[in-house]
Design a protein around this ligand. Structure first.
Ligand code: ATP
Length: 189
């Protein structure tokens, strides 16, 4: 049985917070790989300051370059519109029947679990893995396996704001991603 961790997100842009939790969960749970799974930008995040899916995929590829255990999984971008995690995971289970999936979520997402589409069915097909995030609590009635990770208070929102304000972003995300953002003039308003 293969053990795959899934890190879903917007990755607009990907940063060291993402890479750190992926690496820590991979080694703590002895997983075979982590798949970074970009989603369609949720409607509430859609405005001029955000980037197209193709840019987000490119940035993830740059961020994970050289790490053989990290892959990009674009299944949600290949489908029209927004995908429910339950539907995505059902498709992945069909395509990879010999794999157990571990769905990684930061503490900011844990409180929304009761609102997830078909959450109880989803819990039957994946193991939820939670990681703490500065400023958020991890309490929930749902079975979430918590993995302790070093706390790193970085978010994509913070990085976008820094770029808009022409502040430095060094050591918050890989240099290759910073260069890509500059070359493509992302987030500049
Ligand atoms: P935004 O600021 O645009 O909302 P984000 O930084 O939260 O973005 P996402 O792509 O939405 O990034 O996050 C993907 C997943 O990674 C989510 O489960 C989120 O909770 C988790 N995550 C992101 N940054 C961190 C961090 N610094 N520490 C722990 N978990 C994180």
């Amino acid at each position: 049985m293969n053990k795959i961790g899934i890190l879903g997100g917007t990755f607009d842009p990907p940063h060291y917070g993402h890479l750190l939790i992926a690496s820590e969960v991979l080694s703590s749970l002895k997983l075979d790989q982590i798949w970074f799974m970009p989603n369609h930008t949720p409607p509430h995040k859609l405005n001029g300051a955000h980037s197209a899916s193709a840019h987000r995929v490119k940035m993830i590829e740059k961020a994970i370059e050289g790490n053989q255990s990290f892959k990009v999984q674009t299944i949600e971008l290949e489908r029209e519109g927004r995908s429910y995690t339950y539907d995505t995971m059902m498709l992945l289970k069909e395509s990879y029947p010999d794999t157990s999936f571990y769905f990684i979520i930061g503490a900011d997402m844990i409180e929304y679990l009761p609102k997830w589409h078909k959450i109880n069915q989803l819990l039957n097909i994946v193991t939820f893995v939670g990681v703490l995030r500065p400023g958020y609590k991890s309490e929930t009635n749902y079975p979430v396996f918590m993995v302790k990770v070093p706390q790193f208070d970085v978010s994509s929102t913070m990085i976008r704001e820094r770029i808009i304000n022409r502040m430095q972003t060094n050591y918050l995300l890989p240099d290759s991603v910073i260069s890509y953002i500059k070359e493509n003039k992302l987030y500049e308003t």
